[in-house]
Design a protein around this ligand. Structure first.
Ligand SMILES: Nc1nc2c(ncn2[C@@H]2O[C@H](COP(=O)(O)OP(=O)(O)O)[C@@H](O)[C@H]2O)c(=O)[nH]1
Ligand SMILES: [Mg+2]
Length: 214
């Protein structure tokens, strides 16, 4: 019984997600569902990336969190449209929440939408938001075993951003271990080593994002 209820919820979510996907595609907006652990650097990456986008590439951000609008306020300082969803305790965003948030964004003014999901490596993976693709942020300080331990999160990633590379020498993180496990789970995903603190890898990241505009 429980299983049936869950599968109905997922089916309803998928239908709504498909509507969102088609609507964004019609408007030629590429959308990225950004997932990762709390504190991995999702908001910091957006804060550095958005001002580096070419002037004619306008972005908007939907921020998902259990409570507070702190991340949306951080993003608003970059000058782009930014709106917060508070999930009231739910551990992931869903398509209905995103559809409501989209009503607050002028979609005719943007070509790229970033959706920062609630921070954790488990429940956001099961819920499509109608996104074009998934960006997973995994930071050096979390350890190199995360793809192996949370395969459902990593298996549908378009790119994995290995953030906090500036701290690598202070940890036992092995890039070869991480890459080997990623190749097993999801050989198509790109892996980029970046630091939202010192900006390393961001020229490559901007090129990656700009190269995938619709
Ligand atoms: N050393 C270092 N710290 C970072 C980096 N990126 C983010 N942080 C720090 O990690 C903490 C969490 O970052 P935040 O962007 O809020 O993570 P989020 O919860 O994934 O959105 C903050 O104190 C950031 O300053 C990085 O590349 N290197
Ligand atoms: Mg954040």
């Amino acid at each position: 019984m429980k299983v049936n209820v869950m599968s109905d919820i997922l089916k309803a979510n998928d239908l709504l997600a498909q509507d969102i996907k088609e609507m964004l595609k019609k408007k030629q907006i590429v959308s990225w569902n950004i997932m990762g652990s709390p504190g991995s650097g999702k908001t910091s990456i957006l804060e550095r990336l958005i001002p580096m986008l070419p002037g004619d590439v306008k972005a908007a951000v939907i921020e998902g969190d259990l409570a507070t609008s702190r991340d949306a306020e951080r993003i608003a300082k970059t000058g782009v449209q930014s709106t917060q969803i508070n999930t009231q305790g739910a551990c992931h965003l869903d398509a209905a929440m995103v559809r409501t948030a989209l009503e607050k964004i002028d979609l005719d003014d943007i070509s790229i939408l970033f959706i920062e999901n609630v921070g954790n490596l488990i429940c956001p993976a099961g819920f499509s938001l109608g996104e074009t693709g998934r960006i997973i942020v995994s930071s050096i300080t979390e350890g190199d075993d995360k793809p192996e331990k949370y395969p459902s999160m990593f298996k549908n990633a378009h790119v994995v951003l290995l953030n906090k590379i500036d701290l690598k020498s202070q940890t036992n993180f092995r890039i070869d271990n991480f890459t080997r496990e990623m190749k097993k789970i999801n050989p198509q995903a790109d892996i980029m080593q970046i630091s939202a603190t010192n900006g390393s890898g961001f020229t490559e990241l901007v090129n990656w994002v700009v190269g995938r505009l619709l």
